[in-house]
Design a protein. Structure first.
Lengths: 288, 334
């Protein structure tokens, strides 16, 4: 095994980690605040990928997809939170879980209905379709772009959460939403905003995953399970945990496919089982 | 008129009689539809032991049905001359053992964590089923031979739809009744009380984690049994038998039927199978309608069909006799 190969696989792992982080960060924030594990989160990702496919065929401009699709998902997420999720809040967590699960089910069926079950190819063309040479390794520019996007979003999010007033509100709502509500913040509106923002992030991940992985009806379940594993390993509601666990899963998947192709799929579950036994609350989770 | 246990027993008796004599008049298509309903009834009832009775939302129930089905099918293929109940035994045993193993890992968890972890385990077993081509047939699936049943001196031709129906009715029926009996035992009560007040049970000296694990293993056992019959009924096991979609099926059946009533899932399974057959003649996208129905029920009728029927009956009682019937005591408490 030579150095070039190792670099390529590290990069592969980083790219997938970036994607995974975009999906799981929204999931973990929403969970931290509302105590709702959103099963429909990965469906937003899938929906955005299909939207971008249609929009790309229509306009041929990938940058436009990057702007429009997350915005659409933001609106959809806000509507779902406002008109569906909030209604069942009084029935308790089980019902909220079941509701998001039902929504995920419906979205996946609608996607199959509208776009069919066959995988869809996506061509972006232009600058992003070229190759790039780094450290003597030829690597697709698009993968760098994915990496760049996820790092940028990660930094933006940490700035937003750590340095702005809105971020303080969100973080304190994650800690104790009742108290924040009592202090005069309209927490339902904050919830809606965070839920919609999570949907938009997931949507962005969906759009950039299109040219990277294939667009198909099973893509939601595939990333949902990985995102869940990230949350279990990183710890519920922990953003830094999501970063670390995404990096771990990304590298594990990349090198697992290289070194142990037969059992690569089982490796991440193995890691999850180990974390569960050693530290049930996750690496960065708080003991409840 | 107060609803007493006798009314329930009379209704149960009537339904059993109908199920018993129906094959004499019904067409083979109806009989095989009924067989499917009975098999899935057990699957849904065992799921509801977790969801309704134990208050645990599991997204990994499909793996036990799939494990039962694949083990029964693979054993029939590997061991020539394996009797009918030998295959069922292997299937059930495998599901139970895996259930025990996974149950041990889930020991400390409940709530959201539980849902998420069971889903991850289900995804793991699905991945194994797809990859392990030699045993499961991968994407192609596994064809299953249905052996005849030897009962001492008589041999029952299991290829006959009616004979298979009766065998299923007796075995699965007994299993469903055992599930019902379980809810009445001390162990069943323990599980129920752990759901209601875990801390208090701990103070009294029970170990909630262990009782959850026992419940999980038990439901794995019954799902495995249903899975073995699933393999023998369809004479084929595809990877979708072990997928997350199979878990979804259990959840939809149980929730549509109603989680608060023991026999709700039976109703749900019957309704689901019938509705599926009815809709799949009209459209390929029948799961969409099932999903919409599910979301509507979550929003507006969280008690499910059995809850709707109950409130309807209560309503008629009230208007008919001019007095309220009072709060009903039903098996799962409130």
């Amino acid at each position: 095994m030579n150095v070039t190969l190792i670099i390529i696989f590290i990069l592969h792992g980083l790219v997938y980690a970036g994607l995974l982080f975009l999906v799981s960060s929204g999931l973990t924030l929403v969970f931290g605040m509302m105590n709702v594990l959103n099963f429909a989160h990965a469906s937003f990702y899938m929906l955005a990928a299909y939207f971008s496919y249609s929009l790309l065929r229509w306009t041929g401009n990938f940058w436009l997809c990057l702007l429009v699709c997350p915005f659409l998902l933001f609106v959809i997420g806000a509507l779902i939170e406002r008109f569906l999720l909030r209604r069942v809040h009084v029935f308790g967590h089980l019902h909220e879980l079941l509701l998001t699960f039902g929504i995920a089910f419906i979205i996946s069926e609608v996607v199959k209905w509208v776009w069919g079950t066959a995988p869809l190819p996506i061509q972006i063309g232009g600058f992003l379709d070229s190759n790039f040479t780094v450290l003597g390794v030829i690597y697709p520019t698009y993968r760098f772009f994915v990496l760049f996007c996820s790092v940028l979003i990660g930094l933006l999010m940490s700035f937003l959460l750590l340095k702005t007033r809105m971020g303080i509100t969100v973080r304190s709502a994650v800690d104790d939403s009742e108290m924040v509500n009592a202090l005069g913040v309209n927490t339902p509106r904050v919830f809606m905003f965070v839920f919609a923002l999570g949907a938009a992030l997931s949507g962005l991940a969906g759009v950039i995953s299109g040219p990277l992985l294939s667009i198909n009806a099973g893509m939601a379940t595939a990333i949902l399970v990985d995102a869940f594993v990230v949350i279990v390993i990183g710890g519920f509601g922990s953003l830094i945990g999501a970063v670390v666990a995404s990096l771990m899963i990304g590298q594990l998947q990349s090198f697992g496919a290289l070194l142990f192709p037969k059992i690569s799929l089982a490796l991440i579950y193995l890691l999850m089982a180990i974390v569960l036994i050693a530290k049930p609350s996750g690496l960065f989770g708080e003991k409840k | 008129m107060k609803k007493n246990p006798n009314t329930i027993q009379i209704w149960g008796f009537i339904i059993l009689l109908v199920l018993f004599f129906l094959p004499l008049v019904a067409r083979p298509y109806i009989i095989s539809l009924l067989t499917e309903m009975i098999i899935f009834s057990l699957y849904a009832v065992s799921y509801n032991l977790l969801l309704g009775f134990g208050g645990l939302l599991s997204f990994g129930h499909g793996m036990f049905l799939g494990l039962g089905a694949f083990t029964a099918g693979a054993m029939l293929q590997r061991i020539p001359g394996l009797p009918f109940f030998g295959a069922v035994l292997f299937g059930t045993l495998m599901a139970t053992l895996i259930g025990l193993g996974v149950g041990c890992l889930l020991l400390r968890h409940k709530g959201t964590y539980y849902a998420l972890l069971t889903l991850a385990f289900n995804a793991l077993f699905y991945a194994v089923a797809i990859k392990w081509h030699a045993v499961t047939g991968g994407d192609d699936g596994l064809p299953v031979k249905r052996p005849n049943l030897h009962l001492g001196f008589v041999q029952l031709p299991m290829s006959d739809v009616t004979v298979f129906y009766y065998v299923t009715l007796v075995v699965i029926g007994c299993a469903v009744l055992f599930c019902w009996y379980f809810t009445k035992t001390a162990m069943g009560k323990t599980v129920l009380l752990v759901r209601e007040n875990e801390e208090r049970m701990q103070f009294i000296g029970y170990n909630p984690a262990v009782s959850r694990m026992i419940l999980f293993t038990l439901t794995a056992f019954f799902a495995g049994l249903a899975g073995s019959f699933y393999a023998l009924f369809f004479k084929f096991v595809g990877v979708d038998a072990i997928g997350v979609d199979m878990t979804t099926t259990a959840l939809l059946m149980t929730f549509i039927g109603g989680t608060k009533n023991f026999f709700g899932p039976v109703l749900g399974a019957g309704f689901y199978i019938y509705f599926q057959n009815f809709l799949s003649n009209l459209t390929d996208r029948w799961p969409l309608f099932m999903g919409i129905l599910f979301v509507l029920m979550v929003l507006f009728a969280p008690q499910g069909l059995s809850g709707l029927i109950r409130s309807l009956v209560d309503h008629f009682r009230k208007t008919g006799n001019g007095k309220a019937t009072g709060k009903e005591a039903h098996p799962f408490g409130e």
